[in-house]
Design a protein around this ligand. Structure first.
Ligand SMILES: *[C@@H]1O[C@H](CO)[C@@H](O)[C@H](O)[C@H]1NC(C)=O
Ligand SMILES: *[C@@H]1O[C@H](CO)[C@@H](O)[C@H](O)[C@H]1NC(C)=O
Length: 330
């Protein structure tokens, strides 16, 4: 981890007639690459899954011993156990949830360089940020979904905010993604949050087949935005693929998900957040009977998500993150 904590948010006013262009330049304050993830910069969360998943989150010693976490200087791998057959009385399949020790507030930006993400029926991975007293200080889901393979593959990422009461998003806004829900309040709509669906190949098996890509996130006191650029794309903005020490978010183009403060006091709903990597199974999303029936019942021949996760360890050999870097810009 490199911490320079340079705060640089410069406003460049271009005097082009009546137009004023605000250019936000951010400087890298922290980067997590390879062994950084296992060197004390992240805590291993070992409490019971708050979303009722069929998972046991293990500590660092267990993760290391069973190779559920693995790092070199250049790459970090986080996976679930893919060898153990579980009985119904076992608490759940071993997996890992990491939370950054440092917190990041507004204004800041993040670039996540992801080579592979967990896939398979029953998996529910996420890359996200949240603060204390959830949901009062907000949650930003940068990459999340249930990437089952087989029929009805989920190949579309979802970017979502979860907040305290009184935060909604305008139905029409300057973004390329598709609105799934406008109400961000965790107390409403079964905690669906205000999700935005990304284009195809931003998630799951087809994301992996393409070699992954980069997610960008920017948060300020007036908006939160999320972007995605696929590996090899000619549209990756300067600085993003190179892991530059500076990024200029105004050069990132129209975001896939844009959450403005029109009907949501972004400044008070979102405080400084920890960054989280988690991989659970079934639970409050992937395990819902109607979701499982649509996604995986036919292709697996198993009628219940927990039963499938218990009995089929080898189905989870692709349930791993391979992360090239996570960079924070402030
Ligand atoms: C995993 O991540 C999601 C982020 O959307 C969060 O809501 C959920 O509580 C987390 N689940 C587990 C099992 O850690
Ligand atoms: C641990 O996992 C890494 C990444 O998947 C793999 O390259 C390595 O061979 C594994 N080590 C062992 C001992 O299985």
């Amino acid at each position: 981890m490199h911490s320079t904590f340079i705060h640089l948010l410069s406003s460049i006013v271009l005097a082009t007639g009546l137009h004023q262009v605000q250019a936000a330049t951010y400087t890298q304050s922290t980067s997590y690459i390879g062994n950084d993830f296992l060197s004390g910069d992240f805590n291993f969360f070992t409490a019971t899954d708050p979303t009722a998943g069929r998972v046991t989150y293990v500590d660092q010693a267990t993760a290391t011993a069973s190779n559920l976490t693995f790092a070199t200087d250049d790459v970090f791998v986080l996976r679930a156990d893919d060898t153990t057959v579980l009985t119904a009385s076992d608490p759940g399949r071993n997996s890992v949830r990491l939370e950054s020790v440092l917190t990041f507030g507004s204004p800041s930006a993040m670039v996540l360089d992801i080579a592979h993400m967990p896939e398979g029926c029953g998996t529910w991975p996420a890359l996200w940020t949240y603060g204390p007293n959830w949901p009062a200080t907000g949650e930003i889901d940068i990459m999340e979904g249930i990437p089952f393979s087989g029929v009805n593959n989920q190949n579309n990422n979802q970017g979502t905010l979860h907040t305290g009461p009184s935060c909604t998003m305008p139905a029409s806004r300057d973004q390329t993604g598709t609105v799934l829900n406008d109400d961000c309040a965790a107390a409403d709509d079964g905690n669906d949050g205000c999700g935005v669906e990304f284009a195809a190949n931003t998630f799951g098996p087809s994301f992996n087949a393409a070699g992954g890509g980069w997610f960008g996130m920017e948060r300020t006191s007036t908006f939160i935005s999320i972007w995605f650029w696929p590996r090899g794309s000619t549209t990756v903005p300067a600085g993003v693929s190179e892991g530059s020490t500076e990024v200029i978010t105004d050069n990132w183009g129209t975001p896939v998900a844009y959450f403005p403060n029109t009907d949501c006091d972004i400044a008070s709903e979102f405080e400084a957040h920890n960054f989280v990597i988690n991989l659970t199974f079934c639970g409050d999303w992937a395990g819902i009977t109607s979701v499982w029936d649509l996604a995986c019942a036919a292709s697996t021949g198993v009628s219940d998500c927990n039963d499938y996760v218990n009995a089929n360890p080898s189905a989870f050999s692709n349930a791993y993150f391979e992360i090239n870097s996570v960079r924070i810009y402030e």
